[in-house]
Design a protein around this ligand. Structure first.
Ligand SMILES: Cc1cc2nc3c(=O)[nH]c(=O)nc-3n(C[C@H](O)[C@H](O)[C@H](O)COP(=O)(O)OP(=O)(O)OC[C@H]3O[C@@H](n4cnc5c(N)ncnc54)[C@H](O)[C@@H]3O)c2cc1C
Length: 527
């Protein structure tokens, strides 16, 4: 498709449906809702088009975008549990949203992750009800099966030529008695496997397959779909509880656009609660305290915020220079259980073909980012129990974002066990051929030292969610049909609605939620 979706047509004053945010979820909603050619759909995005950007396309360059112009450059509030550090939390500000800057890992976690949503009050949301949407979204290179989909918008592949540090994760895991599995998105996710990427290998390199590429580009020429880029939504408009549209800023001008049949929020787990609160929907006392007139007291907006902790710091010295980056710079992952896990793997590790260290670890251990003889194996906790929150600091939308990493002692216990297992992995036969020894940490650690290392290296896994959770209790923001409680014709359909963080990278679950949201919205419009 030669026409970039971003320039698709003049922006009118009224549409049937307006979708705010062209990220992972927004691209799905725009495409699926516009498949009804009778419906006029406007998709609004604060960032610009991405189709022409090589840094978006080339999978191995993904990390170079962090902190750059395609990133909102948000920051977590400091906390004692991570040594008082302020951790940057990247979010895509571009068509495709975070799916245009992310690491392209495509992973669903464990089936019980979704049954936990129903148990938390999201009636009708469980693995069985989401599986058709997981399948519908993907075009898995291995073809259709009971668990995998083929022919969907998102192309999913594994590397044809993984880096040796990725291959060794499989043999290393086997040596430690952990299973090697063919497909982490199949029946069982426990064990080591090559990563699934939402990307395709072309001309010898891996190229990103974002939600924009998969869902939006094929619809770019549809006359009933308009994409409005470089346009920031700042407020929702209401008449008697019904959402009638929104206010958008573009090119120095402010405009109110009407949505005759409804508005869908897909601004992500930071952007959606921010817009709700700026529009007067949220904890009334908190809004009033910053000078925003409360319209609807919904105490759950901004609460229940979740993200997985990732240790950005286990680096190893290689015997030889590692060579050019392959794929996304990683390529394999391992899922296993700590002593505090239930029946599901809670720990996850992936390989990095290079240095993986924040400033604290780099300076404490003298790790040089340009060092060609370093690789990393990074453990993270996919079943973290610590819950954070967002607070509105100003009527203009400034947020305090606090993930509360390591607030629950069980999270610390699991991560310390993760460090031990990764050090053992690096000593397995397969890795011994590649790795000379550990750099950071430089040796096995006592419990006290390990705790310090966790606090020093704990970083984001980029999996923000839960800040406008779906459910029926007093803290729920949307109902199980994804409509904001106490309003009409206002839906949320992005990572915010996830009630309990799944044990995986969350892009595939967000896209499945958006696929199902489109069906629910079509049903509502047909009533
Ligand atoms: C660096 C990074 C690496 C990651 N790696 C992986 C990975 O490998 N695998 C994985 O599964 N997940 C990964 N994730 C997480 C995953 O990409 C996100 O969870 C997912 O994309 C969230 O989708 P979303 O639709 O909720 O939000 P987003 O995709 O972030 O979309 C929100 C969109 O709304 C727009 N927006 C926000 N506010 C406004 C406003 N006021 N007006 C107009 N537009 C606005 C944003 O610009 C953005 O385009 C990563 C994320 C990041 C940032």
């Amino acid at each position: 498709m030669s026409q970039p979706p971003a320039s698709s047509g003049a922006v009118h004053a009224e549409y049937d449906i307006i979708i705010a945010g062209a990220g992972s979820a927004g691209c799905v909603l725009a495409r699926r809702l516009a498949e009804d050619r009778e419906l006029s759909v406007l998709l609004i995005e604060a960032g610009g088009p991405e189709e022409h950007l090589a840094e978006v396309r080339e999978a191995r360059d993904w990390a170079t975008q962090l902190g750059g112009p395609l990133d909102w450059q948000e920051v977590y509030a400091p906390s004692e549990s991570v040594g008082g550090r302020s951790i940057p939390i990247p979010r895509g500000r571009v068509v495709g949203g975070s799916s245009s800057i992310n690491a392209m890992l495509w992973y669903r976690g464990h089936p019980d992750d979704y049954d936990a949503w129903e148990a938390a009050g999201a009636t009708g949301w469980n693995y069985g009800s989401l599986l058709p949407y997981f399948k519908r979204s993907e075009d898995w290179m291995g073809g259709e099966s009971d668990t995998r989909g083929a022919g969907g918008p998102m192309r999913i592949e594994v590397s044809p030529d993984p880096h040796p540090v990725a291959e060794s994760l499989l043999s290393g895991a086997e040596e430690l008695g952990l299973p090697v599995i063919g497909d982490a998105n199949g029946i069982s996710n426990e064990g080591a496997c090559l990563a699934n990427f939402n990307a395709t290998t072309q001309d010898g390199t891996l190229q990103r397959w974002s939600a924009a590429r998969g869902y939006l580009r094929p619809a770019a020429a549809w006359p009933n779909l308009t994409v409005h880029t470089d346009a920031e939504v700042t407020e929702l408009t209401f008449e008697s509880g019904r959402c009638t549209g929104l206010v958008v800023h573009h090119d120095g001008s402010r405009r109110t656009l009407r949505a005759s049949r409804g508005v869908v929020l897909t601004l992500g787990a930071l952007g959606t609660p921010r817009l709700l609160m700026r529009s007067g929907i949220g904890p009334a006392d908190q809004l009033a305290a910053v000078g925003t007139t409360p319209l609807l007291d919904l105490p759950g907006v901004g609460e229940n915020f979740q993200d997985h902790p990732l240790l950005m710091g286990m680096n190893f010295r290689l015997r030889e220079p590692r060579g050019p980056l392959r794929d996304n710079g990683g390529g394999a992952m391992l899922n296993w259980r700590s002593s505090v896990a239930d029946h599901r793997p809670d720990l996850h590790a992936f390989v990095v073909q290079g240095v993986h260290a924040g400033p604290g670890v780099a300076s404490r251990y003298g790790v040089e980012h340009a060092d060609e003889r370093i690789c990393a194996i990074s453990p993270g906790l996919m079943r973290s129990q610590s819950i954070g929150q967002l607070r509105l600091l100003s009527a203009g939308g400034d947020l305090e974002i606090q993930p509360n990493y390591l607030a629950e002692p069980a999270d610390m216990t699991a991560l310390i066990e993760g460090i031990d297992t990764v050090l053992e992995l690096a000593q397995t036969q397969g890795y011994r051929q590649l790795i000379e020894g550990p750099v950071s940490p430089s040796q096995r650690l006592s419990r006290r030292e390990a705790e310090q290392f966790v606090r020093l290296s704990c970083d984001t896994f980029f999996h923000c969610c839960g800040s406008a959770k779906m459910g029926t209790d007093a803290m729920a923001v949307v109902d199980p049909r994804l409509m904001v409680h106490g309003t009409e014709r206002l839906w949320v359909a992005d990572a915010s609605v996830i009630p309990v963080i799944p044990t995986c990278n969350i892009q595939a679950p967000v896209i499945a939620v958006a696929e199902r949201a489109a069906v629910l919205i079509h049903e509502e419009l047909a009533r």
